[in-house]
Design a protein around this ligand. Structure first.
Ligand SMILES: [Zn+2]
Length: 135
């Protein structure tokens, strides 16, 4: 009798979990597919600012600063790429919609920021130092 009750309880919990809960849980897809990417971008920019701050107050060595900065910039490049792809997939124009021909008329040194002059080991869409769009 006890086993039957326990079994019934288990079945009840399983049914609850599988059927009732699944309906109650909102769909995982965010309202805007770009929203979570925007969030990630904001977090990376925050991290870059924090990193610069810690470097300026002397908490970080040059080596640590450069290494962390580069890894954050790579992460940022990935997020920005994903945002662009998502926007394209949705048929949306990005806020700063650049003409397709822009690459051909780009500055000769694409990995140097035209705003603050910071240099990066790879081509970036946005400057990791000042956050402005790079050519
Ligand atoms: Zn810059």
């Amino acid at each position: 009798m006890t086993i039957a009750l326990a079994a019934a309880l288990v079945v009840g919990v399983l049914l609850y979990t599988l059927f009732i809960r699944a309906q109650d849980v909102p769909p995982p897809e965010p309202v805007s597919p770009l929203a979570h990417l925007e969030d990630r971008k904001a977090v990376i920019y925050d991290n870059l600012r924090d990193l610069q701050f810690e470097y300026r107050v002397g908490k970080l060595s040059d080596e640590d600063y450069q290494r962390t900065k580069i890894s954050l910039q790579k992460e940022l490049a990935v997020v920005l790429g994903e945002m662009e792809e998502t926007a394209k997939r949705l048929g949306l124009a990005t806020k700063k919609s650049a003409p397709a021909s822009k690459a051909s008329q780009a500055a000769p040194v694409p990995n140097t920021c035209p705003h603050c002059g910071a240099k990066f080991p790879q081509s970036m869409k946005f400057c990791g130092e000042c956050g402005k769009a790079m050519a």
